[in-house]
Design a protein around this ligand. Structure first.
Ligand code: HPA
Length: 277
C-alpha cells in the first residue's frame, strides 16, 4: 500500500462515515491503548464499537494483548474515541496501514491524542510498573516516514527540530501526576522494529540513547504531528534491563506488568480528559 494524498483522504472519509453512522458525538480526545492497557477500555461507557474488521481500510490486530476494536463512548462523562489495540510494523504492516487510524481519529474531531505503550526500562532509575512521559524519541524502526504524505514530509524536513510531544500537555500530565501522587518521569523512547525483545548486546547499546525501548508509537506520533494533532504519550515500563541479569523478557511478563500498572495510568488519563485545559 502506498496511497496518494487524495486516495488517503477518500479512504479516511469512508471510515469516518461508518463511525458517524453509529456515533454522532465529537470526541474530546482520542486514545490508543497499547499492550496490556486494553483493560482501561472496561472503564469506558461504550456507546458504539466496531471490530477493526468492520472498518474500511483498517487492518487486523494480531499482537498479544491487543483486542482490535474501535470504541466510542465516555470516560468520566467526557466523550472519547479509543483504539483498543494498535498495529505494529512487526506484524508486517506498512507505515501507511499502521497510521491510518490516526487520520480517522483526527478527522472525527479529537482535540488531542493520548498514546500509551509498554516498554522496556533501560534507565537504571526505572522500575517495572513506572510510567514514563515520553518527551522525545529515537526512531530506529526504519522506513516509517513513508506513513507521511509527500507534501508534509517536505515540511517536516524543513522544520529544524520538530517537537512531537506537546509541551503543554506534558506539563499538565506532570502536574496531575503530582496531584495524584503518581510517580512519573520524563524521558526518551527508543523505537525498534521488533518483534523480538532486544538482545543483551542491543540493550547495552540502546541504553546510552534513551530511557526506554519499545516497538510502536513513533509512526502514529509522526502522523499526528503531520495533522497538527497534539500528542501526549505514556509509556508503561513493564520490564527493566539490568546488564548483569541473564533473564529474558517474555511477552507474558510484559502484558501482566502493564495490566497491574493500568489503574494509575487510568487516573492520569481521566484527569487529562476531564480538566478544562
Ligand atoms: N523491548 C521492546 N519492547 C518492549 C519491551 C522491551 O523490553 N517491553 C515492552 N515492550
Amino acid at each position: 500500500m502506498n496511497l496518494s494524498a487524495n486516495q488517503i483522504s477518500a479512504a479516511v472519509a469512508e471510515s469516518v462515515a461508518v463511525v458517524r453512522a453509529g456515533w454522532a458525538e465529537c470526541p474530546r480526545a482520542a486514545i490508543i491503548l497499547g499492550t496490556g492497557l486494553g483493560s482501561l477500555a472496561q472503564h469506558i461507557t461504550i456507546e458504539a464499537e466496531w471490530s477493526y474488521r468492520d472498518l474500511p481500510h483498517f487492518v487486523r490486530s494480531t499482537a498479544d494483548g491487543h483486542r482490535g476494536r474501535l470504541l466510542a463512548g465516555r470516560l468520566a462523562g467526557v466523550p472519547l474515541i479509543a483504539m483498543d489495540g494498535r498495529f505494529h510494523a512487526y506484524e508486517g504492516y506498512a507505515a501507511q496501514q499502521i497510521t491510518f487510524p490516526v487520520r480517522v481519529l483526527a478527522a472525527l474531531g479529537a482535540e488531542f491524542l493520548i498514546v500509551s505503550n509498554a516498554s522496556g526500562g533501560m534507565n537504571p532509575l526505572l522500575r517495572s510498573g513506572d510510567i514514563l512521559l515520553i518527551d522525545d524519541h529515537v526512531n530506529l524502526m526504519g522506513n516509517v516516514g513513508r506513513a507521511l504524505l509527500p507534501v508534509s514530509s517536505e515540511e517536516t524536513g524543513k522544520s529544524a527540530r520538530p517537537t512531537f510531544y506537546d509541551p503543554r500537555l506534558l506539563a499538565l500530565a506532570e502536574r496531575y501526576a503530582a496531584d495524584e501522587r503518581i510517580r512519573v518521569r520524563r524521558g526518551t523512547y527508543v523505537a525498534m522494529l521488533g518483534p523480538n525483545y532486544e538482545t543483551r548486546a542491543e540493550y547495552r547499546w540502546l541504553r546510552t540513547h534513551g530511557d526506554v525501548v519499545g516497538m510502536s508509537t513513533v509512526p502514529e506520533v509522526l502522523v499526528a504531528h503531520e495533522l497538527g494533532l497534539p500528542v501526549v504519550a505514556f509509556s508503561m515500563v513493564t520490564n527493566v534491563f539490568r546488564p548483569d541479569d541473564v533473564q529474558q523478557t517474555t511477552s507474558e511478563e510484559v502484558v501482566n506488568a502493564a495490566a497491574n500498572a493500568e489503574p494509575q495510568l487510568r487516573r492520569l488519563v481521566t484527569k487529562l480528559l476531564t480538566s478544562g485545559h
